[in-house]
Design a binder for this molecule. Structure first.
Ligand SMILES: Nc1ncnc2c1ncn2[C@@H]1O[C@H](COP(=O)(O)OP(=O)(O)OP(=O)(O)O)[C@@H](O)[C@H]1O
Ligand SMILES: [Mg+2]
Length: 354
C-alpha cells in the first residue's frame, strides 16, 4: 500500500519469518552459531529458548535455508503431541507412510530410512519448534529417537526451539537423561536500543529504501520503548508507522509521529495496561537510561570504588571474543569436514580404478 510512497520494492515489516530479511543481532548470531556448532557435532540436542516474538522460528528458517546438501532436515511445529503422535509426525515429515501402521512398525520404517540415509553419506535433522508445548513424555520419546545409532553416532539429531516455559520443563528432575544429551543451549534476548535501530534500518534498506533520514533519533527511542526491542512487536508497530507517514504525507517520522501511532495501536494490540500508561513509560525510560548511559559504581568492603560498568564491558568483550572463536571453529570444522569428504571420494575412486 505505502511501498511506492517510500520507494520500496517489498513490505519491509512482514510478520512471517523470512530468511532473506534475517538480521544478525548479537543474540541471533550466537543462537545461529550454536545451531551450526550442533550441526558440526552431528549429535546431542541443541536448545534455543526465547521470549515470544524474539526470532526463534526466523533463526530455524534461516538455518534451513542454507543447510548443507548432506542433511535431510524436517521441521515440526508442535501442538501438544503425545509420544505416539510425535513418532507419526516425525516419520511423515521424512515421507514415511504411516497410514494404518502400528507405532512399532513406524519406528522400524523410520530406523530403516535413517540407516539408508547414513549409507548414502547423509544424515537427518529434526527441528522442533514451539517445543514448550511438548509434554515431558514426548520430549522423552524424542530422546529415545536419538538412540538410533550407527557406530556410536546418532542417526537423527534434534534441535529444540521454544518459549521460556521450555526451561522449567527441561529442568524437571526426571529429565536428567535428556539434559545430559544437550550439547549447547542459548536464550534469545530482545534487541537493545542500538540493535533495534539497526534492525529497522536493515529491514527498510533490504526492502529498497534509499534514504537514511526517514526517522529521527528520538523516533527510534520511542519505538524501542514501546516494543521493548521484541522484533515481532517492532514489525507490527513499524508497519503502522509507515502507513501513518504515507497517509499523512509526512517526510520525516519523528518522536511525535511515533507517539501518535503508538497511542492508536495500544488499544488494538490489547497491551496490558502497565505497558502503555504514562507512568510505566516514564519507568521504562529510566530503565533505558540506566542500562545505556549510567556508569554504575559500587564500593568494595575495604572502601575501594569498583567500577561495575568496567567489568560489564570487559565481560561483554570476552563474550564477543568467545562468540568469534566459536564461529571460527565452526568454519574450520566445516572446512576439514569437506576436505575429508573430498579425500574420501578420491580414495574410493582410486580404489575402484585399481
Ligand atoms: N533476527 C531477525 N531478523 C529479521 N527478522 C526477525 C529476526 N528476529 C525476528 N524477526 C521478525 O520478528 C517476527 C517474529 O519472529 P519469529 O516468528 O521468528 O519469533 P518467535 O520467537 O518464533 O515467536 P514465537 O515465540 O511466537 O514462536 C517475524 O516477523 C520475524 O521476521
Ligand atoms: Mg516461533
Amino acid at each position: 500500500m505505502y511501498e511506492n510512497y517510500y520507494g520500496l520494492n517489498s513490505k519491509p515489516f512482514q510478520l512471517t519469518p523470512d530468511p532473506s530479511f534475517f538480521f544478525a543481532s548479537k543474540w541471533h548470531k550466537r543462537a545461529m552459531s550454536y545451531l551450526q556448532y550442533g550441526l558440526s557435532q552431528a549429535e546431542g540436542f541443541i536448545v534455543i529458548t526465547g521470549d515470544i516474538g524474539t526470532g526463534k522460528t526466523t533463526i530455524a528458517n534461516s538455518l534451513l535455508n542454507d543447510i548443507q546438501d548432506d542433511i535431510m532436515a524436517a521441521q515440526i511445529v508442535t501442538p501438544k503431541l503425545s509420544p505416539d503422535e510425535l513418532v507419526k509426525m516425525v516419520a511423515s515429515k521424512f515421507e514415511i507412510d504411516t497410514l494404518n501402521k502400528t507405532k512399532a512398525d513406524i519406528l522400524k520404517d523410520l530406523e530403516k530410512y535413517l540407516y539408508q540415509l547414513h549409507n548414502n553419506g547423509k544424515r537427518a535433522l529434526l527441528i522442533v519448534d514451539e517445543a514448550q508445548n511438548l509434554p515431558l513424555e514426548t520430549i522423552e520419546e524424542l530422546r529415545m529417537l536419538s538412540n538410533f545409532q550407527e557406530k556410536g553416532k546418532p542417526l537423527l539429531q534434534s534441535f529444540l526451539l521454544g518459549q521460556e516455559e521450555l526451561q522449567p520443563i527441561l529442568r524437571a528432575p526426571n529429565m536428567e537423561q535428556f539434559r545430559q544429551r544437550i550439547v549447547a543451549s542459548c536464550h534469545l534476548a530482545p534487541l537493545t536500543l542500538q540493535e533495534c535501530k539497526e534492525y529497522i534500518e536493515y529491514r527498510l534498506h533490504h526492502a529498497g529504501l534509499e534514504r537514511d533520514d526517514l526517522f529521527s533519533e528520538g523516533a527510534f527511542e520511542k519505538i524501542f520503548k514501546f516494543t521493548n526491542g521484541v522484533p515481532r512487536r517492532i514489525n507490527t508497530l513499524m508497519d503502522r508507522v509507515l502507513l501513518y507517514g504515507f497517509l499523512e504525507e509526512v517526510k520525516t517520522l519523528d518522536d511525535a509521529a511515533i507517539d501518535t501511532v503508538t497511542a492508536e495501536v495500544s488499544e488494538e494490540m490489547f497491551r496490558p495496561e502497565e505497558n502503555v500508561s504514562p507512568a510505566s513509560n516514564v519507568q521504562s525510560e529510566t530503565q533505558i537510561n540506566q542500562s545505556e548511559n549510567v556508569v554504575m559504581s559500587d564500593v568494595t568492603p575495604d572502601g575501594r570504588v569498583k567500577d561495575v560498568q568496567y567489568y560489564k564491558t570487559m565481560l561483554n568483550e570476552l563474550t564477543d571474543a568467545l562468540d568469534n572463536a566459536i564461529s571460527h571453529k565452526i568454519k574450520l570444522t566445516r572446512y576439514i569436514d569437506n576436505l575429508l569428504k573430498k579425500k574420501y571420494k578420491t580414495y574410493v575412486r582410486l580404489k575402484s580404478d585399481d
